[in-house]
Design a binder for this molecule. Structure first.
Ligand code: 3PY
Ligand code: MG
Length: 256
C-alpha cells in the first residue's frame, strides 16, 4: 500500500529508496518491481522534468512502490505540482534557513499548516480517494516535506529548521554537506567527519520528533546512517546500477 509510507516512517521503520536520474518511467518502474519500497525521482541533478515525473509516478505506484520527488533548488511551485501528481514526499535541496523551509512547507501542506493550492485530481485518482474532504483531511499527514540539510547555515541552524510547523523531516546530502563543512576543500560524502556531522543532524531530528533521511553513496554508508538514526535512506542510483551491472557482466565473461 504505497500511501502508508508516511505512517511507516513516523512509526520508525527504515525505508530504502532507489535514486532515479534517468528520465522516463521504465527504469524507475523496474526498480520498484525489483523490490525498492520507494523510488526518488531527481529533478535537481537527474534529468527528470515535470512531464517525466508525472508519467513515472503512476508507474512506480503500479509496481507497488512509493514515489518521491527531489525538486530543483528553490522550485517550490514544482514541489506543489509533484504532490498534485501523486508524490508521497518531496525533498527540497539546499534549504538553509527557517524562512526558506517555511516557503517550501507552504507549497506541500494545505491550510492551516501551509498554503497548498487545491488541484489533487491525479493524486486522488492514484490513491483511490474520491471524496475531496477526505483528501483534504488526510493529505497533510500523508504527504511528507523533507528539507535537505547540506549547507553550513542549515547545519548550524538545524534546531530552528526542525521547528518549522509542517516540516516532516530533514534529508542529508553528504556530498554538499562535506563541501560546505570543509569550506570547499573536499567532497567526501563517506568520510568519518561527514558521518559525524550527519549523526548530529539525525539526533536533532529525532529529538524534535522528525524523520531523518540520508543519501547513502554505498551500502556501508547506508548502514552507518541507519545506526546513527536515519530511517529514510536512498541507496542505489539508477545510472550507476546499470553501469555496475554492465561492468560485472563484462568481467564475468572475461574471467570465463
Ligand atoms: C548530496 O550528497 O549533496 C546530495 O544532494 C545527494 O544527491
Ligand atoms: Mg546536494
Amino acid at each position: 500500500e504505497p500511501y502508508d509510507f508516511a505512517e511507516r516512517l513516523r512509526a520508525g521503520e527504515t525505508i530504502l529508496s532507489a535514486w532515479s536520474c534517468l528520465p522516463g518511467r521504465h527504469v524507475a518502474q523496474l526498480l520498484a518491481r525489483a523490490g525498492y519500497p520507494a523510488v526518488t525521482l531527481d529533478m535537481q541533478h537527474g534529468e527528470h522534468d515535470f512531464a517525466s515525473v508525472a508519467a513515472t509516478i503512476p508507474a512506480i505506484v503500479a509496481a507497488g512502490g512509493t514515489p518521491v520527488v527531489r525538486v530543483p533548488v528553490g522550485e517550490f511551485a514544482t514541489a506543489s505540482r509533484a504532490v498534485d501528481a501523486g508524490a508521497a514526499a518531496v525533498i527540497a535541496p539546499m534549504i538553509d534557513d527557517v524562512e526558506t523551509a517555511r516557503r517550501f512547507v507552504a507549497q506541500i501542506k494545505y491550510p492551516p499548516l501551509g498554503e497548498r493550492s487545491w488541484g489533487p485530481a491525479s493524486a486522488m485518482a492514484l490513491a483511490g480517494v474520491t471524496d475531496p474532504l477526505g483528501w483534504l483531511e488526510t493529505a497533510n499527514r500523508a504527504t511528507l516535506a523533507f528539507a535537505m540539510i547540506e549547507t553550513r547555515a542549515a547545519f548550524e541552524g538545524i534546531d530552528d529548521i526542525l521547528a518549522v510547523p509542517g516540516l516532516d523531516g530533514v534529508f542529508v546530502g553528504p556530498a554538499d554537506l562535506s563541501i560546505a563543512l570543509s569550506n570547499g576543500a573536499h567532497v567526501a560524502p563517506s568520510a568519518e567527519s561527514t558521518h559525524a556531522a550527519a549523526a548530529k543532524i539525525a539526533a536533532a531530528a529525532r529529538a524534535a520528533g522528525r524523520i531523518a533521511g540520508y543519501f547513502a553513496p554505498s551500502v556501508e554508508d547506508a548502514r552507518t546512517a541507519q545506526a546513527a538514526g536515519f530511517t529514510f535512506i536512498s541507496l542505489g542510483i539508477d545510472a550507476a546500477l546499470i553501469a555496475e551491472a554492465g561492468r560485472a557482466k563484462l568481467a564475468a565473461f572475461e574471467a570465463g
